[in-house]
Design a protein around this ligand. Structure first.
Ligand code: ATP
Length: 354
């Protein structure tokens, strides 16, 4: 069993950084903690690592209870069988690559021969064998982060913890490293927790994503689940671009503020009003007058208010049904053009408007 967190809380004086967070992560599973700055993701990770002491709740790693403040139990960080990678790399400038990677083993008293072979293997895994004798100042940012990765995986940890490890790298390198971290974790088959505020990173790397807001979990799901079926306005907004149409009940169905009947996907139970959430790629842009064939499609008249050419497509903002909706299309339309938006009912997801 990878990681189990039950009712975890952490207070800094009167400030509740996290309040009652629970989740389980299986061996081999890659889970991201995603949320805006200050939502408590780093604090959660640091409590798992043992770098912060939780105020309440229980944490188990690899089936072993490591934190239960109510019972006075606290296993120190260096006994928790974790490998951790930080945003700042945290490699030591006065040590060579080899010495940096060997450090966790040397403090545990592993024999020199054992240490040498494990270091060689870890460096091979991250592709740095040829740079073993360099110092960090002689390495690029991406190479330094690989040193940190090698140091995290040495000594067969039960779990890997990542705290925004790619935020200091440039965009291109970041994408490459995403794949590298993911492949490495798959190979090791151990649980990984990855803290990020970058939704693309979370969606592209994770088996499941835990979305946090103000010290609490607001939704947990696979990347597709979260993107396609957000259960709140906050999640809809945080995991991607979204258009939100204000709706009210009308007879058995729903209508927009301008009185147009709107067909929606079955969603969360809502009150008399709600929001219909739709992703830009699920809106078909039709020139004014053109009509879509399928029956379960909302046809909304609108006017183009913004157009941004992005190469593969143009991102339009269209005022329709009392909302500003983003849509992607390859056609070329000027601002002010009348259009019809085609939105299939299955792509309009109800979320509470509160
Ligand atoms: P970021 O993405 O900016 O790192 P985060 O989601 O990781 O944000 P945390 O760093 O976990 O958020 O912080 C959660 C809350 O706890 C914030 O309101 C923060 O101000 C508060 N906090 C964190 N560390 C301390 C501390 N040492 N003393 C007091 N408050 C703290």
């Amino acid at each position: 069993m990878g990681i189990s967190v039950t009712d975890l809380s952490k207070h800094y004086g009167p400030v509740a950084a996290i309040g009652g967070v629970s989740f389980e992560i299986a061996d081999g599973e890659f889970v991201s903690l995603l949320g805006p700055s200050g939502c408590g993701k780093t604090t959660t990770l640091r409590c798992i690592a043992g770098l912060e002491h939780a105020t309440g709740g229980r944490i188990s790693i690899g089936g072993r209870l490591v934190s239960a403040p109510a019972e006075g139990l606290l296993v120190p960080a260096h006994e928790r069988q974790i490998g951790m990678v930080f945003q700042s790399y945290a490699v030591w400038p006065h040590m060579s690559v080899r010495q940096n990677v060997a450090f966790p083993l040397s403090v545990r008293g592993v024999s020199a021969a054992d240490c040498a072979s494990q270091v060689a293997e870890a460096l091979r895994v991250v592709g740095l064998e040829h740079l073993a004798d360099r110092h960090p100042s002689q390495l690029s940012g991406g190479q330094q982060q690989r040193v940190a990765l090698a140091r995290a995986i040495i000594g067969s940890p039960a779990v890997l913890l990542f705290d925004e490890p790619l935020s200091n790298l440039d965009a291109k390198l970041r994408e490459g490293m995403r794949g590298e971290i993911h492949r490495l974790q798959r190979r090791l088959g151990i649980a990984a927790v990855y803290v990020t505020h970058d939704r693309e990173e979370a969606l592209s790397m994770s088996d499941r994503v835990i979305v946090m807001e103000q010290g609490r979990i607001v939704q947990v799901g696979t990347p597709r689940d979260l993107y396609r079926r957000p259960r709140s306005r906050f999640v809809a907004d945080f995991v991607g671009k979204v258009g939100l149409i204000a709706l009210h009940r009308q007879g058995d169905g729903w209508a927009s503020t301008d009185g147009t009947a709107i067909l929606v996907a079955p969603g969360e139970p809502c009150g008399p009003t709600a929001l219909g959430a739709v992703r830009p790629e699920n809106i078909r842009l039709l020139r004014g007058g053109e009509v879509a064939a399928a029956p379960e499609v909302n046809l909304l008249s609108g006017i183009v208010t913004e157009a941004q050419y992005l190469g593969p497509f143009t991102e339009y903002v269209v005022d329709a049904a009392g909302a500003s909706l983003r849509a992607f299309a390859q056609m070329d339309l000027p601002v002010g053009a009348p259009v019809t938006l085609g939105i299939a009912a299955e792509h309009l997801v109800l979320v509470p408007d509160a």
